[in-house]
Write a protein that binds this ligand. Sequence first.
Ligand code: GCW
Length: 640
Amino acid sequence: MTDVHPAWLPPAALRAIGSRRVSVRGDGLLVRTVIAEVAQACGRYGGAVVSGGADLVLAVSTVDCGPEGFAVSRDGGVTTVAAADPAGLLYGLFHLARLGEAAFGAPHPPRVHRPGHARRMLDHWDNVAVHPVMGQVERGYSGGSLLWHDGALREDLGRVTGYARLLAACGINAVTVNNVNVHATEARLLTDRLGDVATLADVFRPYGIRVHLSVNFAAPRDDLGTADPLDPRVRAWWALATDAVYAAIPDFGGYVVKADSEGQPGPFAYGRTHADGANVLAAALAPHGGVVHWRAFVYDHRQDWRDRRTDRARAAHDHFVALDGRFLDNVVLQVKHGPVDFQPREPVSPLIAAVPATDVAVELQVTQEYTGQQRHVCYLAPMWSDVLRCARGMAVLDGLVGVSNAGDDPFWTGHPLAQANLYAFGRLAWAPDLDPVAILDEWIGLTFPAAPDELRETLHAVMDDSWRTYEAYTAPLGVGFMVRPGHHYGPDVDGYEYTPWGTYHFADRDGVGVDRTCATGTGFAGQYPPALARVYESVYDCPDELLLFFHHVPYGHILHDGGTVIQHIYDTHFAGADAVVAMRDRWARLPVSSVGPAFAARVSALLDEQVRSAAEWRDQINAYFFRKSGVRDAHGRRIP
Ligand code: GCW
C-alpha cells in the first residue's frame, strides 16, 4: 500500500512536547488520549511522562474557560495547560503543537482559548454502497470513502483513527458518517446496520468527536405505509428507532436531514411544514440530548427556465422565515452560506438574518465541487472568512458545518494542498476571526516542521490568493454555474441556461446578469435587512463582485474602477489564466526535497491541469461574451 501522508501531524509536530518532562492530570477517555499522545511523542524525542518536576503540565482543573476551552500560561520555567474538561485538554495539547518551541519561551499569564462555535461538524457525503451515478463519495475528489467500501464498513479502520486525530487537532468535534442523499443501503444505518455506526463512534470518541447520521425522512414508510410527521404512529416509530440508537451509542450526536430537496422525501408529501417535519425527529432525540440538523436547501429543481419571476436564490428564505419560532429547541437549521449553491462567489444567505428565534448552523463546502474539484489550487479560507464575518454580523451561529473533502487518497484530499482547506475549516470553526494567511502559516508550520523560508514563501505565493484567481478565470462579477452540467468541472457557459435547475445568467446581445431587485426583478434583494437590501438593490452601490448576481446590466455598464463589464470579463479571464501559469512556475522552482518527491510530483501534475483548464475557461468565457456582445477587447488580445 502507498504510504499515507501525515498531513498536519507528522511526528515532528509534537517534537517540542516530546522532548520535555510532561505531567498530565485528570481522568477519563480523552485524558487517556492526551497521555497516549504525550507518551508517544516522548518515546520519540527523549522526554518523559512524569508525576512531578515537569516542564509541561496538562491538567483538568477548576479553571474558568468554559466547555472545551483551555488556558495556557508559563511561569517559573513551567508551561501549564489548564482545562475545565478533558476535551479542553485535548485541544490544549494540539494548540501546543502549533506553538512548538514558542510554548516554552518567556513567562506569561494565562491565555484563554474558547471555541467560537459549540458544534464544529464535518458532513461526509459518503455512500455505503457505490451509487451508480455519484459513486462511493458524492462530489468526492479524493478517491474512495475513508469509512465505507463497496457496501460495507471498511474492515481496517486505522485510517479513520488517523483522520479523527487530524480533525481533533484542528478543532472538529462532530462528524456525519453518510451522505445527505440517503439511498436504500444507507437508510439501514438507522436500523439493522446501526452496529456500523456504533463501531465508527468508538473510533471517533477518543478524539472528542461525536457521530451524527443522515437519515431519510420517509424511513417509517416501509413499516407504517406513511411518514406523516403528525401521525402518532410515525412519532412512536422515530422515538423507538432513536432509543435504539442511544442504546448502542450513548453519546450519539443526532440526525441530519435533507428533506423535500432534489428528490429527497419530506413533509410536503403530507401537506405538513418543515417545522412539523423537523420536530418529530427532534422530539425523539430530545430525551437523549441529541440534535436535528435540518437543511434549509429546499428549492424547486424542476422550474421552468422561461419563467423569470421564479428565483432559486429566494427559496430558502421563502420556505423558512414563516417557521421561525416554531422549531423545538434541539433543531438546528443548517443553511448553505449562499442563497444558491456553493458558488465561488455569492452573497451570504439572507435567511441567516431572518430567523432570530431559530438556532442556525452555516454550511460550507470544503469539498471543491464548484471551486476546481481538488484539481485546482483554491485555498478557500479567505472566502469563508468573509462569509463568517458577514454571517456572524447577522446572527449568533450555533455551529459551522463543512462538507468534507477527505477520502482514501494517500494525501487525504486528492490535491495535497487541499489539506489546507480541511485544516482551515476546523480552525475557522474554532476561531472564526483568525486571519486566513495566519491559518495557512500554521498549516505550513505543522505539515512541514522547520520549513525553510523558501517553502513558506512559495506556498503563500501559490495559495494565498488562489480563490480570487479561481474566481477571476471562472465566475465574473458574481455569475455562477457556467459549469458542465452533471459533474460540474470545466466551463460550459450555457450548460444550465435552459434547464430546470434555476441557475441562469440571462446573457443576451445587450447585457448579462440576474435582476434580483425589488424594483424590477425577483425581489430577492429585499430579503436582506434594510441597510444591506439598499446596497444590493442599487446598481451603483452594489459591490462589483456581486453586480451580476443582483443586476442585469448592459456590457458597457461602468464598474466602480471605471472599466466596463465586458472589459472586466476579458481582463480578469486573461489575468486569471496568467496567474495560474505564474503559480506553476513558482512551484517548479521549489526544490523537490522540501516537500518530498511524491508530494512535489502530485502538485506539479495538477498545476499542469490547472493551467490547461484555466486557459479553457478563459477562452470559452471570453469567446462567448465576445460573440454575444460584439465588443472587442480594448487591448486587442486574441479571443478565439
Ligand atoms: O451542490 C449540490 C450538489 C449535490 C448535493 C446538493 C446538496 C448531496 O451538486 O450533489 O447533494 O448540493 O447539498 O444536497
